[in-house]
Design a protein around this ligand. Structure first.
Ligand SMILES: [Zn+2]
Length: 157
């Protein structure tokens, strides 16, 4: 495993659309493992492949200390609306309030080639939506109602 460089806002790759993954091979598994290591070393809760310069539809999320790997993730249903705080490893030092769905149904392929369909809510739903946005070149600052600089007593996410 290896820690990869996280691309920072202003890097044009963060604004590009990622491609569907056709086959889950060793290279994809290696990428996923590197992404998990990179996310953890940066103390993040999620990471999308474009953030490490790879335009492929794969995201990783920290879920109760277990990493989730989601390949070709798609939101197939969403409901409710909630505004909450979020941050991004590609926009260090800032946080913002973003309105998103409260509950979603997400579909993806896991690292063992299983088709997964799950209903998620709360922070995890927000994390899925944030990371899937990255795959379409969208950053949370495009949607935020208010963005502010983190100070020592405001915790970034
Ligand atoms: Zn992000």
């Amino acid at each position: 495993m290896a820690i990869r460089n996280i691309r920072i806002e202003g890097d044009p790759i963060l604004r590009k659309k990622s491609k569907e993954i056709k086959m889950i091979d060793e290279k994809i598994i290696q990428l996923a493992q590197d992404m998990i290591e990179t996310m953890r070393s940066a103390k993040g809760l999620g990471l999308a492949a474009p953030q490490v310069g790879i335009l492929k539809r794969i995201i990783v999320l920290e879920e109760e200390d277990n990493p989730t790997i989601a390949i070709n993730p798609k939101i197939i249903h969403s409901e409710g609306e909630i505004t909450d705080i979020e941050g991004c490893l590609s926009i260090p030092g800032y946080s913002g309030y973003v309105k998103r769905a409260e509950k979603i149904v997400v579909e993806y392929i896991d690292e063992n080639n299983n088709n997964i369909k799950r209903e998620v809510s709360g922070y995890l739903a927000r994390a899925f939506m944030h990371e899937i946005d990255h795959l379409d070149g969208i950053l949370y600052i495009d949607k935020a109602e208010k963005i502010y600089k983190d100070t020592e007593d405001e915790v970034g996410v």
